[in-house]
Design a protein around this ligand. Structure first.
Ligand code: ATP
Length: 643
């Protein structure tokens, strides 16, 4: 490993994903919650050791003393018992009962959920119908009925609360288990000869545990409240034992004459439950990073754009281009981290021309393409700077209605995986017709006719019959053609195809490439083609932009770049293409990994993996510089090969 590589990998280690505590500590509300819960638990544990009065010792002469009276920090109750002592002993009982009820409900509920989800069939039916019966009763009424049947008392209240919460655990754990059971790695475990028990413990349980922990952390506060509710009604803690709920119940008759008797236990319940809930939310965010990154939140209809990216282009600056990107930069803001996914991307594509964007996974190809139509999800995405010029207008400054007109109308997008972009519940004909109807205002009948024509134009045999098929009834290549037909529906000026052939075998891949090439020539549409495969670029593209770690590192005519790659990354990427007749030559994979885009090195990000890097590559950023006709490269040693 070179010194540069060592430095970079050291940096990567330091910038590695922060641990659970570090992530929890970034959530200020969770820290407050943790402080409250930890403080309460320490006090509850230390209560027997503290120099407190006997919580049950009555002193009628000292009844209903106000807080801060001599010897009674929180006053006394109607029997002259010390409130501070009773609150601490009561909180101890409430926390213990809530925690034990949570553990009991989580254990039984999760067991039911895992077994039902894993074994399915009659076992699932039987267990889930039982759970449904529990859920069919109003919640608190069921708890009351159970305590009434078992008799009042703290232990019975605990059982009642645990029983009514079992369905929550059972339902959520069953759902997760069902989705896991269908995954390939579980099938692989089964095929490798593991029994059901081993699969449950080694494959399913570890993936279900975070769900159980999250559900527990968010249910604990609720369980403490419910226990307090039962005690408040006189069905939980029985005198002389007290918990926070029974103290609240005792104090309610004195709300006017001695409000502190009810207010203090009420406030303690409030603070305790708020603390547990804040901590529970924090734990959920830590265990499910998708929540923190915004991946589960509903994105806005268009990407947020910083004011710096809203200026209008100078007239005729890109007059020959169907689409021009000018210093486009997009980032993701997650917590305190900023991920610079793409930086200063500039290129243009003329009508009838194809520009390829090529690079490794994570180099920023899709983010560049999605930024054009404001499709990067916000949160956490933000277009931080630059322009996307279409018909002398900066689309980044366009309002949503204008953008919606352009999306799928003048600029069409072919997504990577047609199975996830096509709606499984509608026929493919319906979905193409909808695109036509929406943009061209045709009648349903005419739109359907147009859908069939479009399917014919992408060479789908028996188009009229196939239009009535659902996406799952078509092959992968056929589905990709449907998505291309949808893209063509409104005769777009620009087609952006995001790795449209990745999921296809080579024969179908070649057919789809030929089709796209034929269509762009026929319709004189500009094509932006995203791929990680240089071989595909050579087949279809006129120009290429090579991306690495969010930046264009080289651009030029495909033929020129192929004949003489200038950037060491391009050279290494091209040497990954298998060549006919050189079957025995090993393919030279690029060692190492791209840098994390939230912790980029100051100089060339490729330097740690580069075979011609020197110390001069790392201290400062390297700009994209012209190099011969129509070519640009971001390297201080362009075209050099290792000695
Ligand atoms: N929703 C998101 N939240 C946070 N980071 C994201 C999000 N989407 C993309 N990124 C980051 O942006 C960077 C560029 O991702 P992008 O999807 O553009 O890569 P790509 O080159 O298209 O990769 P692939 O070929 O695998 O699709 C990556 O570092 C990725 O982790």
């Amino acid at each position: 490993m070179t010194a540069i590589a060592q430095r970079a990998s050291g940096r990567r280690r330091r910038s590695g994903r922060p641990g659970i505590w570090a992530r929890l500590s970034r959530n200020h509300l969770a820290v407050v919650g943790l402080g409250i819960v930890a403080g309460m638990c320490v006090l509850a544990l230390m209560t027997p050791l503290l120099p407190l009065a006997d919580p049950n010792a009555t002193d009628l002469a000292a009844r209903l003393k106000r807080p801060f009276t001599d010897g009674h920090l929180l006053g006394t109750d109607q029997l002259g018992r010390d409130m501070l002592s009773r609150i601490l002993w009561g909180a101890r009982v409430s926390i213990a009962v809530g925690a034990v009820a949570t553990i009991v409900a989580a254990t039984i509920g999760s067991l039911i959920g895992i077994v039902a989800g894993f074994y399915g069939r009659w076992l699932d039916n039987t267990l889930m119908r039982g759970v449904d019966m529990l859920m069919a009763f109003p919640y608190m009424l069921l708890a009351l009925a159970i305590v009434a049947a078992l008799g009042p008392g703290l232990l019975n209240a605990l059982f009642a609360i645990a029983i009514v919460n079992i369905p929550f655990f059972a339902r959520s754990v069953r759902g997760v288990t069902i989705s896991l059971v269908r995954l390939e790695y579980v099938d692989a475990a089964r095929m490798s000869g593991l029994g059901n028990g081993r699969i449950l413990f080694s494959e399913i349980l570890p993936n279900v545990v975070p769900v159980i922990v999250v559900t527990m952390s968010t249910t604990l506060g609720w369980m403490i409240l419910e226990t307090a509710g039962l005690s408040f009604l006189g069905l939980g803690a029985q005198p002389p034992q007290a918990d926070l709920g029974s103290m609240l119940g005792d104090g309610r008759k004195l709300a006017i004459t001695a409000p502190h008797v009810a207010t203090i236990p009420g406030l303690v319940i409030l603070v305790l439950v708020i603390g547990i809930n804040l901590l529970g939310d924090g734990i959920r965010d830590v265990l499910d990073p998708r929540l923190k990154s915004g991946a589960l939140s509903r994105p806005r209809a268009m990407t947020e754009v910083a004011p710096a990216a809203m200026s209008q282009p100078e007239r005729s600056a890109h007059s020959n281009a169907a689409l021009a990107l000018d210093r486009l930069s997009t980032e993701f803001r997650i917590g305190h981290d900023v991920y610079h996914a793409t930086r200063d991307i500039s290129f243009q594509v003329a009508p009838g021309e194809c520009v390829g964007i090529v690079g490794e996974s994570g180099s920023g190809k899709s983010v560049t393409a999605m930024s054009v139509l404001g499709l990067v999800p916000t949160p956490p995405g933000l277009i931080a700077g630059g322009q996307v010029v279409y018909q002398e207008e900066n689309l980044l400054a366009a309002p949503l209605p204008r953008l919606q007109q352009v999306r799928g109308g003048q600029i069409a997008y072919v997504f990577q995986d047609p199975l996830t972009t096509l709606n499984p519940l509608y026929t493919v004909g319906d979905q193409i017709a909808e695109t036509v109807e929406r943009h061209q205002g045709l009648s349903r009948r005419d739109a359907w006719q147009r859908a069939v024509e479009l399917m014919e134009s992408v060479h789908i045999p028996d188009a009229a019959g196939r239009a009535r098929a659902y996406p799952h009834e078509l092959s992968g290549g056929m589905r990709q053609r449907i998505v291309i037909a949808m893209a063509l529906a409104n005769d777009p000026d620009v087609i952006i195809a995001d790795e449209p052939t990745t999921a296809l075998d080579v024969t179908i891949q070649a057919q789809v490439l030929k089709l796209l090439d034929e269509l762009r020539r026929k319709h004189n549409a500009a094509l932006v083609f995203i791929t990680h495969d240089f071989g595909v670029v050579s087949e279809i593209c006129d120009h290429v932009q090579v991306m690495y770690a969010g930046e264009v590192v080289e651009s030029g005519r495909v033929q020129d770049v192929f004949e003489r790659p200038l950037h060491p990354y391009t050279r290494r990427l091209m040497s990954c293409i298998p060549q006919l007749g050189r079957g025995r030559n090993p393919i030279a994979a690029i060692p190492g990994l791209p840098p994390a885009v939230n912790d980029l090195p100051p100089g060339c990000p490729f330097a740690p993996r580069c075979d011609v890097a020197t110390a001069a590559c790392t201290p400062r950023p390297i700009s994209l510089a012209p190099h011969g006709e129509g070519r640009e490269v971001r390297c201080i040693r362009p075209g050099e090969s290792p000695a």
